[in-house]
Design a protein around this ligand. Structure first.
Ligand code: FES
Length: 931
């Protein structure tokens, strides 16, 4: 007998009949039965607030509310705030204020804010913080959300909806995100769809003695159970050390060992409980010290036989001096040397040498990883998944499953944040294998805990750093040795570590630099790309030590930085000339603003508290790897833009559209941005490494300029004049210079090209960074996986903290975050990246930490792993945009995706030193450590 019953709930003004079990949550009923997917599943524990709805006008977590208890109540979801196609005032304010990034939190935020304004039409900042304290946002840094809420009734100026390059154009997809229309992977369904679930290893390191899945297969509703025996292929970017499901050995707790597809999620999860696995537990090494010990267990005893590649896909000989030998747990080594460090020490009057340590941070994109895979009659797969590159998903699934790439199509739904964590494969290969096994569509979405246990983290690291200088502050040499914790599988570790060593010179002219790194396997989840890509670790070390040097020689820390700062025309390691460098301008802007505000004065602090002001800097890169873009002039004179770029929430769809529109002097609405699709989009490596604005922007600009040339050529033929006599005019027109009335439209030109002469007008550009490469005559590079990094980008933060002397708790009061972006294509989006990066860096610096005990992650939930909420952000975060145009950048632009996070931890550590004289060299800067 079914335990389901029928009942009515009233949603968005309508009575809706639903059928459900008494235990069904309101969230499940809204999403699964009423297709109201604006309420999101972010944690299923009532922590993240993504599922917020209004019940009788009060914000409530739909994941904690039983649907049956909502009978007779008035439920409002984000879809019910306005008529279809329209937006409420609050929704519009979020769009106009740039408060929407990935948008996963936006429906819940909008509803919570709507409820606040219903009670308090003129809320202050503290009222807003209080009302939204239960709604987490990982992207925005909350600043623009506060602005949006205040603007609704306060009559604050909204930005003009000017769409030109340099304008604060609202995001092209923001209306979908605030209205609930945007579909993320868990919001998608397909006819006859099955649901997938994975079983993670309970042991951190063990031989799999036996897997018995018979009982699971026999469960009614189960269509497939897969284990490691179904996956003969290994895959990976640098070292092919990973299988889709563990086979023979498990190397971390949580590693997938089996997967199920069943008629619904409950059945799939019940089936997991029926899979019987016998493990023979092995000793586990869960940190790099244990893993490098003489008696450490060997984590990959077949390492010597694994295929190894460099970044360019070339096979490396194995064993090789740069990579591990397979006799210990060393995965990769890198050595960099420029100048003569040993000789330089003799000229130094001050030498500092210290050790530093950083920890594992999780990305905590608000949308957990998932995939929906469809299969057609020919066996071709279509993968819908949040990723940082559809092309990478296609390649990795094909490799993992041994399929030709023509049988794998990857497309992108909306992506609820990524920060590097969705840059490599996650559940796509498993879900694709289940679809192949069942010949039916399969959706598999991880729970928050599974996402924590199965995927990636930032690399924990240990550094020894030595810096030598003259007493006048001239830095002569730096040497670092780094140990990076790779976790159980290689993933992108060699690349991250290379940058983590390379960037340790910092934004300074240090003529003699030597850096070495060793990446080590451990029995933890893989570590991989995460906003900053080794830069945050390097900055914590380098920027802490430069502060220590300033104290040692009695010099102002900003003056010491300026004295040694890189400037335009200087060269970084390997000899590449930096053509645009606003670093000193960033330092001065951050410092001057902080000083003008009276920051860091302990006499302003209440009794028992101390204040300090600290500085941190960033040197990052943008422009690595290849990309391409197509621009096509449609018959009506508007433009279709296709780049293959996935927007993770940072706003690249809008920025690239602005670049295209700017080149052709069109309004942004005349450019259609194509959703990424491997069947139709040109190649883009990844939305990663702060690269999209620069690389994809260049490709878009070049392709648009090709279209512009063709438009002018056609126009010259039509107007019977020389091309040089013509000009583009705003709004899609070509005119004769100096003669206002002589002009023709893009529509006329395109119609002629399409239907009479010449053929459709299209521009295409593919490119790889074409600047200087690292000069091997100048720098020793062993195990280094890059030829160059593109261009360099710089920033500096000033951070004011207040510290409780009794508890050691550090509170960041104000921050001034200056970044040189070359040219802000969209200042609102740039500020959003700086603010969001700052707040994610604040969590990294102060309290976010993945903790393992006995090889098991013990805090895999948002209850136990805290990220900054709106209540934890500083009272003031001031993004400061510095524009030092990059000659090769589109309209002079450079990247800004990562740098906002990078200087935060050292700036806070330096502020603690400034307040107390105590130097902390280990992250996070917890109250215990501060005390
Ligand atoms: Fe808030 Fe992405 S915009 S989580």
């Amino acid at each position: 007998m079914s335990d389901k019953q029928q009942f009515n709930i009233r949603v968005n003004g309508d009575d809706r009949a639903v059928t459900g079990k008494p235990s069904d949550t309101l969230l499940r009923v809204l999403r699964d039965q009423l297709d109201l997917t604006g309420a999101k599943r972010g944690c299923d524990q009532g922590v993240c607030g993504a599922c917020t709805v209004l019940v009788d006008g009060t914000p409530q977590r739909a994941c904690l509310s039983l649907a049956i208890n909502c009978t007779g109540r008035e439920i409002t979801t984000v879809e019910g705030l306005a008529e279809p196609g329209a937006l409420s005032k609050m929704q519009q304010a979020f769009v106009d204020s740039g408060a929407v990034q990935c948008g996963f939190c936006s429906p819940g935020m909008v509803l919570a804010a709507t409820a606040l304004l219903a009670e308090n039409p003129s809320p202050g900042v503290e009222d807003i913080r209080s009302a939204l304290s239960g709604n987490l946002c990982r992207c925005s840094g909350y600043e623009k959300i506060i602005t949006a809420v205040q603007s609704v009734n306060a009559g604050l100026d909204q930005p003009e909806h000017d769409h030109a390059v340099g304008a604060r154009a609202p995001r092209i997809e923001a209306r979908d995100k605030v209205s609930g229309a945007a579909r993320y992977v868990d919001d998608l369904n397909a006819p006859h769809m099955l649901h997938g679930a994975i079983l993670g290893s309970s042991a951190p390191h063990a031989r799999i003695v036996r897997i018995d899945a018979d009982r699971a297969r026999a469960l009614k509703g189960v269509e497939a159970v897969l284990t490691g025996e179904d996956f003969p292929n290994r895959y990976g970017s640098f070292v092919k050390d990973e299988r889709v499901l563990a086979r023979g050995t498990v190397r971390y707790a949580g590693q997938p060992v089996a997967a199920v597809a069943a008629i619904d999620e409950d059945t799939a999860r019940r089936a997991l409980l029926l899979i019987d696995i016998e493990y023979d537990e092995l000793p586990a090494a869960t940190d790099t010290r244990a893993s490098l010990a003489e008696d450490a267990p060997l984590i990959h005893d077949g390492f010597a036989d694994y295929e190894k590649l460099n970044l360019r896909g070339a096979q490396l000989d194995a064993p090789d001096q740069e990579i591990g030998q397979g006799t210990d747990n060393v995965l990769w080594r890198v050595d960099i040397s420029e100048g003569d460090v040993d000789a330089a020490w003799a000229d130094c009057e001050v030498i500092l040498e210290n050790e530093y340590e950083t920890h594992a941070q999780q990305h905590v994109y608000m949308e957990p990883c998932g995939a929906l895979v469809e299969i057609d009659a020919s066996g071709k797969l279509t993968i819908h998944s949040p990723s940082q590159s559809v092309h990478n998903v296609q390649a990795k699934v094909a490799e993992a499953l041994g399929l030709p790439m023509t049988r794998v199509r990857a497309v992108s739904p909306f992506v609820g944040g990524a920060f590097g964590g969705k840059g490599g494969p996650h559940v796509q290969p498993i879900t694709a294998a289940l679809a192949l096994a069942t010949k039916r569509p399969v959706k598999l979405v991880l729970s928050r805990a599974e996402d924590f246990e199965f995927l990636r983290s930032r690399h924990p690291s240990r550094y020894r750093a030595k810096t030598g200088a003259r007493r006048d502050g001239t830095i002569l040499a730096r040497e670092i040795e780094a140990v990076f914790d790779a976790g159980a599988y290689c993933d992108e570790t060699p690349a991250v570590m290379c940058f983590g060593v390379f960037a340790a010179r910092g934004p300074y002219n240090i003529p003699n630099f030597r850096g070495s790194g060793v990446a080590v396997y451990t029995n933890k989840l893989r570590t991989g790309s995460f906003r900053g890509f080794g830069g945050p670790q390097a900055a914590f070390v380098g920027e802490s030590q430069i502060d220590e040097l300033a104290a040692e020689i009695g010099m102002d820390p900003v003056e010491l930085r300026i004295k040694n700062a890189m400037r335009t025309g200087d060269q970084y390691i390997g000899g590449q000339t930096v053509e645009s460098c606003g670093y000193v301008a960033c330092l001065e802007a951050a410092r001057d603003a902080a000083i003008a505000a009276g920051a860091g004065n302990s006499s302003d602090a209440p009794p028992g508290r101390k204040r300090g002001l600290g500085y941190g800097s960033s040197l990052q890169i943008c422009g690595s790897h290849s990309t391409s873009a197509n621009v096509y002039l449609l018959p009506d004179g508007s433009v279709a833009l296709n780049t293959g770029v996935v927007d993770l929430g940072q706003g690249s769809d809008t920025t690239l559209t602005q670049i295209c529109a700017g080149a052709l002097e069109l309004p942004i609405g005349s450019v259609s941005f194509a959703a990424p699709d491997t069947d139709s989009s040109p190649f883009n490596w990844k939305t990663s490494a702060s690269r999209v604005t620069y690389t994809a922007g260049r490709a878009v600009l070049d392709a648009a300029n090709e279209v512009k040339r063709a438009i002018l050529d056609n126009g010259a033929e039509m107007m019977e004049c020389a091309v040089e006599d013509l000009e583009l005019r705003p709004g899609g027109r070509v005119g004769l210079k100096g003669v206002a009335e002589q002009e023709i439209t893009f529509r006329d030109i395109s119609a002629r090209a399409h239907y009479r002469v010449g053929g459709p007008i299209m521009g295409a550009r593919s490119l790889m960074f074409d600047g200087e490469k690292l000069d091997p005559k100048r720098v020793l590079l062993d195990g280094f996986v890059f030829d160059n990094f593109g261009i360099y980008i710089f920033g500096a933060h000033a951070v004011e903290i207040e510290l409780d002397e009794a508890t050691g708790r550090v509170e960041v009061l104000r921050a001034w975050c200056a970044h040189d972006v070359g040219r802000a294509i969209n200042p609102s989006a740039v500020e959003g990246q700086i603010e969001g990066g700052f707040v994610q860096g604040l969590g990294y610096a102060l309290f976010e930490e993945m903790v393992w005990a006995d090889g098991r992650l013990i805090n895999p939930t948002l209850m136990d792993y805290k990220i900054p909420g709106i209540a934890e952000i500083p009272a003031e975060i001031h993004p400061i945009i510095i524009e030092d145009p990059e000659p090769t950048g589109p309209f002079g632009a450079k990247g800004i995706g990562e740098p906002g996070l990078v200087p935060v931890a050292p700036a806070i550590a330096n502020a603690i030193y400034s307040a107390t004289g105590a130097r902390i060299r280990k992250l996070p800067l917890t109250p215990e450590r501060v005390l």
